[in-house]
Structures are given as C-alpha cells and as structure tokens.
Ligand binder design. Structure first.
Ligand code: ZN
Ligand code: FE
Length: 255
C-alpha cells in the first residue's frame, strides 16, 4: 500500500511524502524547502530515494541542493535546464518507476511552460499536479496562455473520476470563495465551502481532493456549465468554453 502524507512547508505549500508499506525508502514531491523534509526523515528513520519535480518554481525546487547532498536520491522532473540536479528528465507520454509503481507523465503547460503532472494508476489512482489543478481552482498563468492551461485542465479532467488530487498548495478556502461567486447556485460548492472552512479552522489539510468532486465544484472545470457561463459573462467574453475559461481566470486574478 502506497501512503501519501503532507509535509507543510513555506507559507502554504505541501511537500507530499510517498511511502510504500513500511519500507524505509521514500519519495517526496516538490521539496520547496529541505528543512521540514530532513526533520521528518530523521525522526522516522527514513531514507529519501526519489524526488519528483513538477515545475521550476523555487517553492517547489529550493530544497533540492540540500536533499541531494544528504541523500543522493533519484530526481525526476521536466526537461528544463534551469532545474539543477535532475537525474531523469521526463515529458509528456513518458512513464517512470517510483516506489514500485508506474507513474505516467503528462505535460500540463500554463502555470509554467515546463509544468508536468505525475499520475499513478491504482485503487485509487493518484495525481501529483503541482500548481496546475487545485481544489476548487487552478494555477495562475505565469508563462503559458489561457488556451494551454485550459487544455491542460481538460487532460487532467479526463483521468478516472476517483483520482485523488494532490496539489501543491493550501489555496482551497480562497478558491471556494471565488467558486461561490462564479457558480452561486451550485449547492455542491456551498457544501464544499462549509467543509473547507471547518477543516481550516481545525488546521487540517483540505487535500487531497478527488476528481469527481472537482468536476462538480471547480469553476475552471465547469466552463461549459450554463450557470458558470452566465456569471462569467458579466466579466468578459463567454462565447466559447475557451473564452469562458479565459474570462474566469482573469476575473480570479482580480478577485
Ligand atoms: Zn509554481
Ligand atoms: Fe507553487
């Protein structure tokens, strides 16, 4: 059994820790800070075998030098020369073996151009999507176009409905505040917002989410929904699904 637990880091990042049964060899995803990772591995007597990187931003990679020096792990990430220390560069359609499981790589440009996501089939399937798909939202467009991000989200939305979504930030509360504005008559959004508020009051992570819930509540996956489109129309062009996505993303930036 593969277990996945969050290591909170920086202000609102989660570094996901993957562990197979009781094996001491573990994997982390997007270590933006080495300190909390080392602390946990020391405390539990674990060895870092593999690091997965989704994109080049510092809050996902800054822990690499210290972790590489200490553990010499296998480091798998996108084919971007700006990321130092990778031992395996992967792109769309590639697969890699991590913790005895197959991980499939999807190119998901938008937040950055080098952004990739790691998906591993299983019961349930797991997705590590960095800053592309969040619970209730999606990443900001720093490098890619709205068209690229929309396509990337459609790629992820085509994964199995029971896929668990391990995003890299605790942005869920702000995302659902926006979702309620964008999709005000959606009872699933209202219920999800209440649940997220309770979780955050108790200082609990709101992740992972599950893809089926995202399809019902995440406005960025609901650009074809007549209600979402009608609300977005007050903020810009909504003549196509793509236009609605572009309008929603720009509106969220100002929200
Ligand atoms: Zn980022
Ligand atoms: Fe980030």
């Amino acid at each position: 059994m593969l277990s996945v637990t969050p290591i909170p880091a920086l202000s609102d990042n989660y570094i996901w820790l993957l562990r197979q049964d009781t094996s001491p060899g573990v994997c982390v995803v997007d270590p933006g800070d080495a300190e909390p990772v080392i602390q946990l591995l020391e405390q539990k007597n674990l060895n870092l075998e593999t690091i997965l990187i989704t994109h080049h931003h510092g809050d996902h990679t800054a822990g690499l030098p210290a972790l590489i020096e200490r553990y010499s792990p296998h480091v798998i990430g996108p084919d971007n020369p700006d990321i130092q220390g990778l031992t395996q560069r992967v792109g769309d359609g590639d697969s890699c073996q991590v913790m005895g499981r197959r991980f499939d790589v999807y190119a998901v440009p938008g937040h950055t151009l080098d952004h990739i996501a790691f998906f591993t089939p299983g019961i349930p399937p797991l997705l590590f999507c960095g800053d592309t798909l969040f619970a209730g939202g999606c990443g900001r467009l720093f490098e890619g176009s709205p068209e690229q991000m929309h396509q990337s989200l459609k790629t992820l939305a085509a994964l199995p409905d029971d896929t668990l979504i391990y995003a890299a930030h605790e942005y869920t509360l702000a995302n659902f505040a926006f979702a309620r504005a964008a999709d005000p008559h959606n009872a699933e959004v209202t219920a999800a917002l209440a649940e997220v508020q309770r979780a955050r009051e108790l200082d609990r992570p709101t992740l992972p989410s599950v893809l089926s819930r995202e399809k019902l509540t995440n406005p960025f996956l609901r650009c074809a929904d007549p209600d979402v489109r009608a609300t977005a129309a007050e903020h810009g062009d909504t003549t196509t699904d793509q236009a609605t996505f572009t309008t929603l993303r720009a509106w969220k930036d100002r929200f």
